[in-house]
Design a protein around this ligand. Structure first.
Ligand SMILES: [Zn+2]
Ligand SMILES: [Zn+2]
Length: 196
């Protein structure tokens, strides 16, 4: 019994038990491959696993390098994308903030005080509401109509406050990263909560 176990060995490729004497030297030394075909297939699969690992490592390194090369404005853009996504999800089903168009077709996250006009409100969710694409782009926010609908939502005092903000804001990369991750998380949470 014992001698049988020693002499018959499994092919590493196809798991066939091979009789004594049929061993072929493979990449791992003396191994019980059935034939050259099994051996080369085995060697190839081992190598391709290695390639795959290397490819993943390279990809990760490249991603890390890309991250490290991102500028403040790259991070600001990504943070804004996250905040805008959150707002569009928050306002799903609501009418356009500027023209009451129902939630159909392309929708934007429309800033009451634009990013260009007021940097320190660019991530403020009182300042951003979902609108139809036309109001946000062709009508530059359609702001008179926007204001009419914003006052009942926020109260006149808060709208006045938004309108009085005029300092220049500067955000650190760390802050922008935090904004991005917080709002992505909030967006995911909302989707989970509402089931869409
Ligand atoms: Zn085999
Ligand atoms: Zn609209």
């Amino acid at each position: 019994m014992a001698s049988k176990r020693v002499s018959k060995r499994k092919c590493p490729r196809c798991k066939t038990f091979n009789p004594p004497g049929s061993f072929i030297t493979g990449p791992g030394g003396l191994q019980a491959f059935c034939n050259i075909d099994c051996m080369s297939k085995h060697a190839y699969s081992k190598r391709s696993k290695g390639y795959e690992k290397q490819r993943k490592e390279n990809k990760k390194k490249l991603a890390e390098r890309k991250e490290s090369l991102k500028t403040n404005s790259d991070w600001a853009r990504e943070a804004q994308t996250a905040v805008n996504l959150y707002v569009r999800i928050r306002d799903r089903g609501r009418l356009c903030i500027s023209c009451d168009k129902p939630d159909v077709g392309k929708r934007d996250a429309s800033h009451y005080r634009s990013v260009g006009a007021c940097k320190q409100l660019r991530f403020n969710t009182f300042n951003i509401w979902a609108s139809c694409h036309k109001c946000n782009t062709q009508l530059s926010g359609n702001l008179l109509e926007y204001r009419i609908r914003l006052v009942p939502k926020l109260g006149a005092a808060r709208v006045d406050w938004l309108e009085s903000q005029n300092e220049i804001a500067r955000y650190s990369i760390d802050y922008l990263k935090r904004v991005k991750s917080i709002f992505n998380r909030r967006a995911k949470h909302l989707i989970k909560l509402r089931g869409y």
